[in-house]
Ligand binder design. Structure first.
Ligand SMILES: *[C@@H]1O[C@H](CO)[C@@H](O)[C@H](O)[C@H]1NC(C)=O
Ligand SMILES: *[C@@H]1O[C@H](CO)[C@@H](O)[C@H](O)[C@H]1NC(C)=O
Ligand SMILES: *[C@@H]1O[C@H](CO)[C@@H](O)[C@H](O)[C@H]1NC(C)=O
Ligand SMILES: *[C@@H]1O[C@H](CO)[C@@H](O)[C@H](O)[C@H]1NC(C)=O
Ligand SMILES: *[C@@H]1O[C@H](CO)[C@@H](O)[C@H](O)[C@H]1NC(C)=O
Ligand SMILES: *[C@@H]1O[C@H](CO)[C@@H](O)[C@H](O)[C@H]1NC(C)=O
Ligand SMILES: *[C@@H]1O[C@H](CO)[C@@H](O)[C@H](O)[C@H]1NC(C)=O
Ligand SMILES: *[C@@H]1O[C@H](CO)[C@@H](O)[C@H](O)[C@H]1NC(C)=O
Ligand SMILES: *[C@@H]1O[C@H](CO)[C@@H](O)[C@H](O)[C@H]1NC(C)=O
Ligand SMILES: *[C@@H]1O[C@H](CO)[C@@H](O)[C@H](O)[C@H]1NC(C)=O
Ligand SMILES: *[C@@H]1O[C@H](CO)[C@@H](O)[C@H](O)[C@H]1NC(C)=O
Ligand SMILES: *[C@@H]1O[C@H](CO)[C@@H](O)[C@H](O)[C@H]1NC(C)=O
Length: 346
């Protein structure tokens, strides 16, 4: 039993040695892969091996052969290929896309054959964007932006809106291998600059931004009076009404009182020393001349007498008999708690 298993092991070991000699274990390793046009690429043998002679070929045509320290380069590669006669490493300089392919090294001493595939890619250059229109109307316009490169092998396209990546949705379509961006029914939030980032395994490039001008509004109007949300004021106050609307271009603003236009344009309406007959609805009217759209907001202002003069006297007249009734003089010693009453009676 034991001898038989030792025998099996010896056979396996012999087969392994023969495999090494027959080259199975030697591999070709490129210094760069994929490589960019213009790069220098070296194809090393691994593990490193000392070869007395051999040849390199690509797609079945010889590049060079060597014997001892003599090497001969075939015309197709003259001036741009050389071999390290000790290690068999092949160096190719200024590679072009046409240099892509399977490189095969062969040697008879020791006997081996190995290969590696290398790919040479054109770097991405001159990424440009072209939009079919840049002045757009919110909810009404669609934009088509095409991204292109002057050169670059197998480019991949990535779109950025501001700093975030654009992802396809119902409204945003990416077509032609992601090189064309279509935005249907643009919104004001599409206003951030769009860029196109193009990459392949050897390089990348980013376009200049394309900015859309999107007309929208007026909407989301707001109206404050003296910087607050209150609507009741007393006679004699000064009022500053401030109107705002979301709009691009900015809306033209006008004011109306009780439905009648007043001779004031712009976001501010100022009223000085107001009286009671200025109570009523105040409206701010907004118009955007690009979207040809109107919007308005109305606030109802109440102007009342302040709590002074006649109203205060009325309170005093009503209060006096009441105080006498509850025995006002009894309580006099505890003056502190009565100070509000005393003030009212003055
Ligand atoms: C490259 O080597 C592999 C095995 O290592 C072999 O299967 C393949 O046929 C070889 N290709 C060429 C073109 O010699
Ligand atoms: C970049 O590409 C644009 C459009 O394709 C072209 O007009 C321009 O000449 C190119 N510029 C360079 C430097 O290649
Ligand atoms: C731009 O493309 C969109 C979508 O195809 C189209 O609706 C729009 O009319 C085009 N604009 C111009 C100026 O061609
Ligand atoms: C774009 O707007 C039109 C008209 O308002 C509408 O019919 C259409 O469904 C919208 N398309 C998308 C993708 O939202
Ligand atoms: C287009 O981009 C998406 C991601 O937004 C990606 O999943 C897809 O593979 C890309 N298509 C092509 C052809 O590059
Ligand atoms: C783009 O290329 C530059 C070198 O030109 C590299 O530093 C950078 O990491 C690359 N970026 C991406 C996203 O591939
Ligand atoms: C686009 O917008 C960015 C900032 O939002 C600005 O820096 C850039 O100059 C604009 N480009 C053009 C062509 O208007
Ligand atoms: C003003 O009041 C309205 C409704 O009464 C409210 O929607 C709005 O948020 C308020 N604005 C401020 C600034 O308080
Ligand atoms: C109202 O404005 C006028 C003129 O600016 C000023 O003289 C007056 O003191 C203001 N009145 C109040 C109550 O703030
Ligand atoms: C509106 O005000 C301007 C100046 O503020 C004045 O010239 C114009 O006559 C006024 N119009 C009316 C109808 O009151
Ligand atoms: C549209 O409105 C803007 C500002 O609100 C103004 O500058 C422009 O002259 C207006 N254009 C027309 C055609 O009325
Ligand atoms: C204010 O807007 C309403 C609709 O929101 C409209 O019915 C009304 O006519 C507008 N008023 C004015 C003075 O434009």
């Amino acid at each position: 039993m034991e001898t038989k298993s030792e025998g099996t092991l010896a056979v396996v070991f012999l087969a392994f040695i023969q495999g090494v000699l027959a080259s199975g274990a030697v591999e070709v390793q490129p210094s760069i892969n994929p490589a960019a046009v213009g790069d220098t690429v070296t194809l090393f043998l691994s593990p490193s091996t000392t070869l007395k002679s051999g040849s390199w070929a690509v797609r079945e045509s010889l590049i060079l052969t060597w014997f001892g320290d003599q090497q001969a380069v075939f015309p197709s590669h003259s001036g741009r290929a050389s071999v390290n006669v000790l290690t068999g490493a092949l160096t190719l300089s200024s590679v072009t896309v046409a240099d892509s392919g399977v490189y095969v090294v062969q040697s008879s001493d020791p006997q081996l054959k190995a290969n590696a595939s290398i790919t040479v890619l054109e770097p991405i250059s001159n990424v440009t964007l072209r939009a079919n229109q840049t002045n757009l109307m919110e909810f009404n316009s669609s934009a088509v932006v095409a991204c292109s490169v002057s050169s670059g092998s197998s480019p991949s396209f990535l779109w950025m809106n501001g700093s975030s990546e654009v992802t396809a949705s119902e409204r945003v379509q990416l077509t032609d291998g992601n090189s064309t961006l279509t935005i249907v029914n643009v919104t004001r939030y599409d206003q951030e600059p769009f860029r196109c980032h193009v990459f392949n395994p050897v390089s990348n490039g980013t376009s200049d931004p394309v900015n859309f001008t999107i007309s929208y509004g007026p909407d989301n109007m707001a109206l404050t009076v003296n910087g607050q949300n209150i609507t009741s004021f007393s006679v004699g106050s000064n009022l500053t009404m401030l109107c705002s609307a979301q709009s691009n271009p900015p809306a033209q603003l006008q004011w109306a009182f009780r439905g009648e236009l007043v001779n004031v344009t712009g976001p501010l309406l100022e009223l000085f020393s107001i009286n009671k007959n200025q109570s009523g609805p105040y409206s701010c009217l907004a118009f955007n001349n690009h979207t040809n759209t109107n919007s308005n907001i109305t606030t109802h202002i109440m102007i009342a007498e302040s709590l002074s003069g006649s109203e205060q006297q009325a309170v005093n007249v009503w209060l006096l008999p009441l105080l006498l009734l509850v025995g006002f003089p009894f309580l006099l010693p505890d003056v502190g708690s009565f100070s509000p009453w005393m003030t009212l009676m003055q």
